[in-house]
Design a protein around this ligand. Structure first.
Ligand code: UDP
Length: 477
């Protein structure tokens, strides 16, 4: 059997008064149809990175809603995870193709995991490329299989994509964070768009008394009478930690006592993390204003919570990004964000809320300084960011999207009509909600934000076709 990750019990009712009530009510209603359904989520690591973050919170709530949900992780050695990181990088556009030996290593480990996946389920979600090879190496049996892609695969390396594409053919559905991430010649008929979400009740995001947050940070050496900016993310080149250090050095010319904290987790499935960690540590070595922390030295959820709460600005200078949960995490705590204009980040900071989007080191440094110098503007941006997170990026909304997909896959019908969803990000936009609109070929489309509307207007046929396609069920044109 694959290894089961133990998760504690949770209650959906605990989200009353935090997440929007209509979403919670819908969730309970949809779950009634799926009571007793067996759901399996499979990924590569029980800690480190956004996927484990999501599963730790969502699996217990599915159980609370009456489904039987499990979270399991695949087995793999260092060689396998070096290959899967190369696949991950290739899907995000890196130039290195896979060698024949690397392809064999991926398929060998996938075969072993396919044999270990013994129990029967109604729905199996395989997250990201690491477990994606399993289905092509075993029977589907009674389950509906869903590939959940969390990364930006809009412009993949052709060789890496051709390899993974073959593994994906047998899936019943795929889920992406944004419509623009769907790679060319996608082989799965049914495609849904669901941005991820944060859990407002997890230790990382729950309210934390100011005195506790202060004590936690002071205990690890942060001086709270000096200004602090931080980036919390895996040590990964796409998150550009060296660019953050360069931006910090520029910003410090204006604000000499500025401190930077780089908080990075090491994940089981990310051996490249150590190489990047060493580069970051070397770059930070001679600079007492830079603090580098990892989960391996005890900087866990509460510390991350405190950093995101007590930093004057949170940075997420990603060059490529699937979603970047850390952006919503910081905004939820009303901390302004300076972030790379990449992947799912602009969706979270749509219409100018939350902070400032940047494309290079210089603009990053300038934005940090500007927010540090204009606290009123920073506060207003962060508050608007929190409102957007509450409306769109809290866990119950994501669970609702997932239940809808499961219902459709089991009954062959849509639950939320496509016309009630933003065609760009896939989020529901209630009929009675004031929302930006656009007309195309006689139909009116509604959006969660002006950002999504602008995306739509860049290429209406692309998005409108998607709506029609999902309306028609599993047919693809
Ligand atoms: N994270 C953490 N400790 C760290 C670095 C990251 O707990 O030292 C968490 C972070 O708070 C977030 C997740 O890991 O919940 C990263 O998710 P994100 O979507 O931002 O990026 P990913 O790692 O999935 O690319």
């Amino acid at each position: 059997m694959l290894e089961l990750v133990d998760v504690g019990p949770r209650s959906l009712e605990a989200y009353r008064g935090i997440a929007p009530d209509p979403i919670l009510d819908d969730l309970v209603r949809h779950a009634a149809d799926l009571r007793g359904a067996r759901v399996l989520h499979v990924n590569a690591t029980p800690y480190g990175g956004g996927v484990s973050e999501l599963l730790r919170s969502s699996v217990p709530i599915l159980n609370d809603l009456g489904l039987i949900a499990h979270w399991k992780i695949i087995l793999g050695d260092n060689r396998f995870f070096r290959v899967t990181k190369k696949i991950h990088n290739g899907l995000q556009g890196a130039v290195d193709d896979l060698t024949e030996k690397e392809r064999e290593a991926y398929l060998d480990t996938s075969r072993r995991n396919a044999e270990l996946l013994e129990e029967e389920y109604d729905f199996v979600f395989l997250h990201d490329p690491q477990p994606a090879g399993i289905l092509s190496l075993r029977e589907k049996r009674m389950a509906k299989w869903i590939w959940r892609c969390h990364i930006d695969t809009a412009q993949p390396n052709p060789g890496v994509w051709a390899f993974l594409r073959d593994c994906l053919r047998p899936f019943d559905a795929a889920v992406f964070t944004m419509a623009s991430f769907i790679p060319p010649d996608f082989p799965i008929a049914r495609v849904e768009i669901m941005p991820p979400a944060i859990d407002p009740l997890s230790p990382k995001n729950m309210p934390l008394a100011d005195a506790t947050a202060r004590a936690v940070l002071e205990w690890i050496g942060v001086e709270l009478d000096r200004p602090l900016v931080s980036q919390v993310s895996r040590f990964d080149p796409w998150k550009d930690p060296l660019g953050v250090i360069a931006a910090y050095r520029l910003a410090r010319e204006e604000i000499p006592d500025l401190q930077l904290a780089l908080v990075g987790s090491m994940a089981l499935d990310d051996p490249e993390g150590w190489d990047v960690y060493r580069q970051v540590r070397d770059a930070a070595l001679a600079d007492p204003g830079i603090h580098v922390f990892t989960n391996l030295t005890g900087v866990g959820n509460i510390e991350v919570n405190a950093f995101q709460r007590r930093s004057q600005v949170v940075i997420q200078k990603s060059i490529r990004e699937g979603f970047g949960l850390v952006v919503s995490e910081a905004l939820w705590k009303e901390t302004p964000v300076v972030a790379g204009d990449a992947g799912g980040i602009p969706l979270q900071m749509a219409d100018g809320v939350g902070g400032v989007l940047v494309r290079d080191v210089e603009t990053c440094a300038r934005a940090v300084v500007a927010l540090l110098e204009d606290r009123d503007r920073a506060r207003a941006l962060a508050q608007a960011g929190r409102d957007r997170v509450r409306e769109h990026f809290l866990l119950p909304r994501l669970l609702l999207n997932e239940l809808e997909l499961m219902q459709e896959l089991s009954a062959g019908r849509r639950v939320v009509a496509a016309k009630e969803r933003d065609p760009v990000c896939g989020m529901s936009v209630a009929a009675d909600e004031e929302a930006p609109e656009a007309a195309f070929e006689g139909a009116t489309y509604r959006f969660c934000s002006d950002f999504c509307r602008a995306q739509f207007l860049r290429n209406p046929p692309h998005y409108a076709r998607r709506v029609l396609r999902t309306d028609r069920g599993s047919r693809r044109d």
